[in-house]
Design a protein. Structure first.
Lengths: 807, 291
C-alpha cells in the first residue's frame, strides 16, 4: 500500500492561500501532491466542449411545453396551429409516445414517470408536448401556439397533509393506488431505543426541517440525439454523470440494442446530482431524431432546470435524543416525512429507499438508535436525491448535528465538550453504527482538537462572553459529520439492478506514455488530474504523460458513474489496482530484460531493479518499449503493457470532518454574517490537496447557500416560487468568508490507496455548523431552534419568539 | 438559454432619432439602456416589446456635472459612474450608499440612473434616493422639454410620467448647505431585491436644530416620502428620542406585504429600524460639514 504518512495534520489558511507550490515545475509531483489541474487550460481558454456546443449537420431543435398548473386532468391538446408555424417539423404529445411505449419510463426507484403527460399533469413544469423545429427560436415560439385544455384539480402541496384521508390521489395512474404513500423504511432497533428513552435522565425533542433545494448547476441539462435509421445506431450526447448506466437504461427503455447506442457525455458544467437521472427531454430528443430523421438537440433553460429537474432534500425530521445529566449520549430517534414529488424518482441504491439516512447516529456512540422515514407523493417536481448529498447523508448529518447542539443547550454544556465526550474512539473501528453501517476508520477526537486549535475555540468563546455582555449577537457553531461514500459493495448496492462497481483500463504505449480509461464522469472534479496522479503514484510515469479518458461509452469500461462522492473510493481504487496489475506484468518483462527472476526484483517508483544492485534496473518506459518490441517475452506474457480491472468495493469509505462557523447577527435587522468558517477534513490519503481544497471551498459555498438563502417554495396552488435565479438565490462571493481549511489523515483500511471520498463533505457538513452558529448567537434570547434558510426575516421572526418552519 | 418572444431592434443615433423612433413605434417600443431589468423580463416573456430602441450610443446623456446649486446627472450615467463619483460621495452620500447596494457589479457596469427611475420597480433604490433628495426629472419629447418633481414622475409601481414618445434625459438634484444624507438596505443576498430599505436626508439650521428633513423607504408599499415622520423632526434638536419617534412613525406609515423576503411585521420593523439608522448617520454627517 502506498500511503502518504506525513504530515498527518495540517492547515491551509492565511498566507498559504496566495502560495501555489504546484506552479513551479521543480515541485511538480510524479504521484500525489499539489498539481494544477490538467483540464483547466481548455476551460480557461474557452475550449471546453459541452453538450450545447455539439452542432451536427442538419440538426433540429426541440422545446418542451410544460404544465402551467400543479395538478390537472388534460382534456385535450390541439397542436395544429403550432404545426403550421414556419420552421416547425413535428409536435409530439403523450398520445404519440403511447404506441412506442415511451409515454412513461421507469424512474431510478422502480416507479414510472411520464415523458409527456397523457392523463394528468402532476406538477407545475411537467412535460406536456415537444416541438421540433429548424432552430430553437422557432421551437420555443411554437410552444405558445399549442392549445391545452386543462381540468384543474386540487393539488397536494403541504406534505404534512399528503396522507390525509381526503387528500387528492396524485398517482391514479397506478392501479389500486388510493393514497399518496410511497414507502416506509426503518433502521436500528425500535424497542431497544424505546427502553433507553424510558430510563434516561434527559430527553429533548426538536423538529428539524431540511427544505427543498436545487443543485442548480451552471450548465442546465440537455441532449443531442442522432439516430441513424440505416445502421440502427444512436449517438447520444448527454449531460450525464453516469454515461454507462444511462446507456443501459436507454437500451432497456427504448428497445435500441445497447451495442448500437453510443453515449457521449462531453464536458459537464456542474452536476451535483442533478445529472444522474434520465429526464423526459433526453427521451424526447431520441424520439425526435427517430421521427424526423435528423439529429435533434434539446437544451433546457434555467427555469426549466429549476422547476422540473431533480431537487434535493425536502425532509421534515422529528428528532429525539436521550442522555444522562452529565452528557453521555444514550439514544437517538428520527422520524422523517419525506417529499418525493409527483414521481418517485430518487436516485439511490435499490435496497436503500431512504438513501444512506442510516448515518443519522453520526460520529457518536449510542446505546440504541432508531430511524424511520415515510415518503409521500406531492404535486411537485420529482427527484429527491441530488445536490451533493451522498444519498441522504446530508439530511442525516444535519439532523444529528442539530440534535447534539439542542442537547448541549438543554444541558447547558459546551457543544464541543459534549461531542468530545461521546465520539467513537479510534480503537472502536471498524464500528457498527447500530443502524446498519460499519464505519471503516476515524480519529475523531484528534481531528476535533486540531480544529479547535486552528479556529482558536477558547478565545472565541471568551470573545462571545464579552460581546454578549454588550448585547451583541455572536455565534459559534460546530458540525462534526461522518459520511459514508463510495457506493458500493455490489451484493448490497445496485441501481435498477446494475451493481455499483466500476472498471478501469490502463494501456502503456510503446514510448512509455499511458492512457487510462475510467467509467466515472467528471463534472468539474478534476478527474483528468487526480486519476493521472494515481497512475503516476503507482507506476512512476509523470501525470502529464497520462491521458485520462472518460465520458464516452465506446472508449471506456462499464461502471456506474460519478455521484455520492464515489469516484475516488470506487474508480480511484480501480485505477490503483489496474496500475498495480500493469506493474506486476512489467516485473515479469523486466526480469526477462535483466535476465533474472521476477522475485529478485524490487520496485522503486518508475523502475524495477535487482535487489542489492540499484544500477541494474529497467524503467517503466524501457519496459513498455520492450513489451511491444522484438525481445522474447516470458511464457504467458502478451506483447503489451495493458490491463483492466473492475473494482467491487468491500465497504463504503467514511470521510469525516470538524467544521466551525462564527457568525455575527445584526440585532436590528436579523442579518447573519458568516465571519469565519473553518473546515478540517479527513478524507484519508490526499491525492491532490489543491483539488481537495477546491472541492471543499465549493461545498462550503453550497452550505452557506442552503443555510442562509436557498429554498424552493410553493404557493398553496402548487406554483413553484423558485423558478429563476431572481427567486432561487445562490450565494455570491459577498456572502462567504475567506475559507479556512485544515486536515488530518486517517487512511481507509480497505481502500487500495487509503483514500476516501471528499467531493460532498463540505456540502454535507457545513449547513449544520452555520445553523448551529445562528442558534448559538440567538440563544441568549431564548431561541433553541431555527430552520434553514436563515434569511434576515426568518431570523428576526425567531428573535421575536416565533420561529416558523419553512414548510 | 431563455428565449424571448420575437422583437425588432433599432439603435438610436441621436436623441432626436430616439424620440422619432419612439414616436413612430408608439406603445410597441421600449427603450433599452443597461438592459438588466428589461432583458431578463423579456427572456421570461413577462415583457414583450415589438421594438427595442437602444440608446446606448447617446453618449451625450452620460455625465455628472455641477451646474450652479444643482448636480445634473445624465440619464445614461451608469451606476458605476455614480458609485465612483467623488462629487456625489461628498454631496449626496445617500446616493453613494445606495449605489453600493444596487444589484451587483455586473448590473452596475451597465445599468443607468435613467433606466432605474423609468423601470420604477417598487424595490428600486434610486427612486427613493431621488425622492429624498428632492430631485427633478427632465423629460424630452419632439415638442420640447418638461421638468417635473419626483412625486409627479413616479406614478406607482412600474409607472412613470414619461409618455411613450418621451425620454428621460436628466436628473437634477439641488445642493443644499449644512445637509447630508444616508441610505441602508437589507437584502437576503447581494443582488436580490430589497427586503426593505430607507433613505434619509437632513439640513441643520445654524442653531443645530433640524431645518429640513426627508425620509423615503423602498419595497415596503409606500412610494414618495414619509412626510408625517419628517414633520416630527423639523424644527427640533435631533435627539435619540426624536429619531426613535420618526422611526416609529415610518413603521406605522408603510404598507408592506408578506412574501419570501419577510413578514409584514418584519418589514414594518425594518422600515423603522433603517430609518433611525440613516437619520443618525445623516445628522452626524451634516454636523461634520458644519464644523
Amino acid at each position: 500500500m502506498t500511503l502518504v504518512e506525513e504530515p498527518l495534520v495540517g492547515a491551509e489558511h492565511g498566507r498559504l492561500h496566495d502560495h501555489n507550490p504546484a506552479a513551479a515545475d521543480a515541485d511538480r509531483p510524479i504521484g500525489f501532491g499539489r498539481l494544477q489541474r490538467k483540464e483547466d487550460p481548455r476551460f480557461i481558454r474557452g475550449q471546453g466542449r459541452y453538450t450545447d456546443d455539439v452542432v451536427l449537420p442538419g440538426m433540429l431543435h426541440g422545446a418542451i411545453l410544460r404544465a402551467p398548473v400543479a395538478h390537472a386532468r388534460i382534456v385535450s391538446i390541439d397542436t395544429s396551429e403550432a404545426l403550421s408555424r414556419p420552421g416547425v417539423r413535428a409536435v409530439l404529445t403523450g398520445k404519440d409516445l403511447e404506441p412506442l411505449k415511451l409515454a412513461w419510463i421507469p424512474t431510478l426507484s422502480y416507479d414510472v414517470q411520464a415523458v409527456l403527460a397523457t392523463d394528468k399533469v402532476r406538477f407545475q413544469g411537467q412535460e406536456v408536448a415537444f416541438v421540433i423545429a429548424d432552430d430553437r427560436y422557432a421551437a420555443r415560439d411554437a410552444l405558445e401556439s399549442i392549445v391545452v385544455d386543462y381540468d384543474v384539480l386540487p393539488p397536494v402541496v403541504d406534505l404534512r397533509h399528503a396522507l390525509d384521508a381526503d387528500a387528492p390521489v396524485i398517482r391514479d395512474d397506478i392501479e389500486g393506488r388510493a393514497d399518496n404513500h410511497i414507502a416506509d423504511w426503518e433502521c436500528g432497533d425500535e424497542a431497544a431505543t424505546r427502553a433507553v428513552f424510558a430510563a434516561a435522565d434527559v430527553v429533548v425533542a426538536q423538529e428539524i426541517v431540511y427544505p427543498r433545494v436545487h443543485p442548480a448547476p451552471m450548465e442546465t441539462c440537455g441532449a443531442v440525439a442522432d439516430f441513424n435509421a440505416v445502421s440502427g445506431e444512436l449517438t447520444l450526447y448527454e449531460t450525464s454523470q453516469a454515461p454507462h448506466a444511462h446507456r443501459t437504461i436507454i437500451a432497456m427503455v427504448s428497445g435500441i440494442p445497447e451495442h448500437k447506442i453510443h453515449l457521449i457525455s462531453p464536458d459537464i458544467g456542474g452536476g451535483f446530482g442533478n445529472k444522474v437521472g434520465i429526464y423526459p427531454g433526453y427521451v424526447l430528443a431520441i424520439v425526435g431524431s427517430i421521427v424526423t430523421g435528423h439529429p435533434v438537440k434539446w437544451m433546457e433553460d434555467r427555469s426549466e432546470n429549476l422547476m422540473s429537474t431533480s431537487f434535493a432534500r425536502d425532509y421534515i425530521m422529528q428528532g429525539e435524543i436521550a442522555a444522562t445529566k452529565d452528557g453521555r449520549l444514550l439514544g437517538i430517534r428520527a422520524n422523517v416525512l419525506a417529499d418525493h414529488g409527483a414521481f418517485n424518482g430518487t436516485a439511490q441504491p435499490t435496497k436503500y429507499p431512504a438513501g444512506f439516512f442510516n448515518l443519522f447516529p453520526g460520529s457518536y456512540t449510542w446505546d440504541a438508535v432508531y430511524g424511520k422515514v415515510t415518503s409521500v407523493y406531492t404535486n411537485k417536481a420529482p427527484g429527491g436525491v441530488a445536490y451533493a448529498c451522498s444519498f441522504r447523508v446530508t439530511e442525516a448529518s444535519y439532523f444529528v448535528e442539530r440534535m447534539i447542539d439542542r442537547l448541549a443547550l438543554e444541558l447547558k454544556m459546551d457543544p464541543a465538550e459534549l461531542r468530545l465526550k461521546n465520539f467513537i474512539r479510534p480503537e472502536q473501528f471498524p464500528y457498527d453504527n447500530k443502524a446498519g453501517f460499519e464505519y471503516d476508520s476515524g480519529q475523531y477526537e484528534k481531528t476535533m482538537r486540531h480544529a479547535m486549535g486552528l479556529i482558536g475555540y477558547d478565545q472565541l468563546r471568551q470573545e462571545q462572553v464579552e460581546k454578549r455582555a454588550r448585547g451583541e449577537l455572536m455565534g459559534i457553531g460546530i458540525s462534526f459529520f461522518t459520511e459514508g461514500v463510495g457506493a458500493g459493495p455490489r451484493k448490497h448496492m445496485d441501481i435498477l439492478g446494475l451493481g455499483m462497481a466500476d472498471g478501469a483500463e490502463l494501456r502503456i504505449h510503446p514510448t512509455g506514455k499511458a492512457v487510462v480509461r475510467i467509467s466515472v464522469q467528471s463534472q468539474g472534479q478534476a478527474h483528468e488530474t487526480t486519476f493521472a496522479q494515481i497512475v503516476a503514484e503507482e507506476i512512476g510515469i509523470p501525470p502529464e504523460d497520462i491521458e485520462v479518458v472518460h465520458g464516452d461509452t465506446d472508449r471506456t469500461p462499464f461502471g456506474l458513474g460519478t455521484y455520492g462522492s464515489r469516484s475516488t473510493p470506487v474508480s480511484g481504487a480501480a485505477v490503483a489496482l489496474v496500475t498495480r496489475k500493469v506493474r506486476d506484468k512489467a516485473r515479469l518483462i523486466a526480469a526477462a530484460m535483466l535476465e533474472t527472476r521476477p522475485e529478485d526484483l524490487e520496485w522503486a517508483k518508475g523502475r524495477w531493479f535487482v535487489k542489492g544492485d540499484p544500477t541494474a534496473s529497467r524503467t517503466i518506459q524501457e519496459i513498455a518499449m520492450a513489451a511491444h518490441g522484438t525481445m522474447e517475452l516470458p511464457d504467458g506474457v502478451d506483447g503489451n503493457l495493458d490491463a483492466e480491472v473492475t473494482y467491487d468495493p468491500p465497504n463504503l469509505t467514511y470521510p469525516y470532518g470538524a467544521y466551525f462557523c462564527v457568525t455575527d447577527i445584526d440585532r436590528g435587522t436579523g442579518k447573519v454574517t458568516v465571519r469565519r468558517f473553518l473546515a478540517v477534513d479527513d478524507c484519508g490519503t490526499r491525492i491532490n490537496p489543491m483539488v481537495i481544497e477546491g472541492q471543499v471551498h465549493g461545498g462550503l459555498t453550497d452550505g452557506v447557500g442552503m443555510a442562509l438563502m436557498e429554498i424552493i417554495e410553493f404557493d398553496p396552488e402548487g406554483n413553484n416560487l423558485g423558478g429563476s435565479f431572481m427567486d432561487y438565490l445562490i450565494p455570491t462571493a459577498m456572502e462567504v468568508p475567506d475559507w479556512e481549511t485544515g486536515f488530518t489523515v486517517t487512511p481507509s483500511p480497505h481502500h487500495p490507496i487509503g483514500a476516501k471520498g471528499i467531493g460532498e463533505s463540505a456540502t454535507v457538513g457545513s449547513p449544520a455548523a452555520i445553523v448551529n452558529s445562528v442558534i448559538d448567537a440567538l440563544s441568549p434570547l431564548g431561541v433553541t431552534g431555527i430552520d434553514m434558510p436563515c434569511t434576515p426575516g426568518r431570523v428576526w421572526d425567531a428573535m421575536q419568539g416565533h420561529a416558523t418552519p419553512p414548510i | 438559454m431563455q428565449i424571448p418572444a420575437p422583437f425588432e431592434y433599432a439603435r438610436a443615433t441621436s436623441l432626436d432619432d430616439a424620440i422619432a423612433l419612439l414616436t413612430r413605434y408608439g406603445d410597441d417600443a421600449l427603450v433599452v439602456a443597461g438592459g438588466h431589468s428589461l432583458l431578463p423580463m423579456m427572456k421570461l416573456r413577462l415583457a414583450r416589446p415589438d421594438w427595442l430602441i437602444d440608446i446606448n450610443e447617446l453618449h451625450e446623456l452620460d455625465y455628472v456635472r455641477r451646474h450652479g446649486d444643482e448636480l445634473r446627472i445624465g440619464a445614461l450615467a451608469r451606476h458605476r459612474t455614480l458609485l465612483e463619483s467623488a462629487e456625489i460621495a461628498a454631496l449626496f452620500p445617500i446616493m453613494t450608499e445606495a449605489e453600493r447596494v444596487v444589484a451587483d457589479p455586473i448590473v452596475r457596469n451597465r445599468g443607468t440612473i435613467g433606466g432605474s427611475l423609468c423601470q420604477a420597480d417598487p424595490a428600486e433604490d434610486l427612486s427613493t434616493v431621488c425622492a429624498v433628495l428632492g430631485a427633478q426629472a427632465v423629460i424630452r419629447s419632439a415638442t420640447g422639454e418638461r421638468v417635473i418633481g419626483m412625486d409627479e414622475f413616479h406614478q406607482g409601481p412600474y409607472e412613470t410620467a414619461v409618455e411613450f414618445n418621451e425620454i428621460l434625459v436628466e436628473v437634477r438634484i439641488p445642493i443644499r448647505p449644512r445637509s447630508s444624507s444616508s441610505y441602508e438596505k437589507v437584502e437576503r443576498r447581494v443582488g436580490d431585491w430589497a427586503v426593505a430599505a430607507a433613505g434619509g436626508s437632513v439640513t441643520l439650521a445654524a442653531d443645530g436644530t433640524i431645518e429640513d428633513a426627508a425620509i423615503g423607504v423602498t419595497a415596503v408599499g409606500l412610494s414618495g416620502r414619509v412626510t408625517d415622520a419628517e414633520a416630527v423632526l423639523i424644527g427640533h434638536r435631533p435627539t435619540d428620542a426624536l429619531i426613535t419617534e420618526a422611526g416609529r412613525m415610518t413603521s406605522a406609515a408603510v404598507d408592506p406585504m408578506t412574501d419570501q423576503r419577510g413578514s409584514v411585521e418584519y418589514k414594518r420593523h425594518l422600515a423603522g429600524e433603517l430609518t433611525q439608522r440613516v437619520l443618525k448617520r445623516a445628522i452626524a454627517r451634516a454636523r461634520r460639514q458644519e464644523a
